[in-house]
Design a protein around this ligand. Sequence first.
Ligand SMILES: C[S@@+](CC[C@H](N)C(=O)[O-])C[C@H]1O[C@@H](n2cnc3c(N)ncnc32)[C@H](O)[C@@H]1O
Length: 207
Amino acid sequence: MDLKICGEKLFNLIREESARESIPSVSPSTGKFLEMLACLTGARNIVEVGCANGYATGYLVNAAVRNNGRVTAFEKDARRFEMISQNMAPFIANGVLEVISGDAVERLKESAASFSAVDFLFIDAMKRQYREILESFLPFLKKGAVVFSDDIYFQGVLEPEKTLGRHKSIVEGLRRYLDYLKELEMKGAVRNYFFGYEDGMSVTQIL
Ligand SMILES: C[S@@+](CC[C@H](N)C(=O)[O-])C[C@H]1O[C@@H](n2cnc3c(N)ncnc32)[C@H](O)[C@@H]1O
């Protein structure tokens, strides 16, 4: 496939794969919202942590193409890494996308010296790790950069303790992350916007 941007046909193929493989990809409207945000903020160096088989990545790639930029996407699951490598092959071949296999925090530590300043960070990884991920990427985020975090109100985050059940540790991780975002805002380091749409999302601007 020789493609300039990711179009409906490829999005549909990846979405069908996500359904078959039980991969929790973002919805089409969240994907379009991501693309719009990255595009309108002029983001050129875009990073995704937790790209799975590449559904959301396609939207970020489209923003990067329009802004003459590039996307670096991290995926720690070997099988999903193979899937995105196949699904996004044309964009990897033309240099718009680099997919890095492994845990994003670990890989960032190893390659910190060669990692350049980031304009747009999309976090959609293990919920317990959100805080650690933002802490690791914070030194690489430019002033004005945007951080989009998905699923911040995942099942139970806004509910009383006793109803949490099996999602307890995920919810605790997300609460730690929300506290961290608010702490950074209190210090004047960021400005946060929280949305209750779907499983919740936050948009954080680095000040
Ligand atoms: C919700 S899925 C991502 C869906 C994808 N963003 C989309 O919307 O199409 C989360 C993915 O993050 C990966 N992941 C979790 N923690 C990670 C980490 N620390 N580094 C890299 N990948 C991670 C998981 O293996 C999983 O495939």
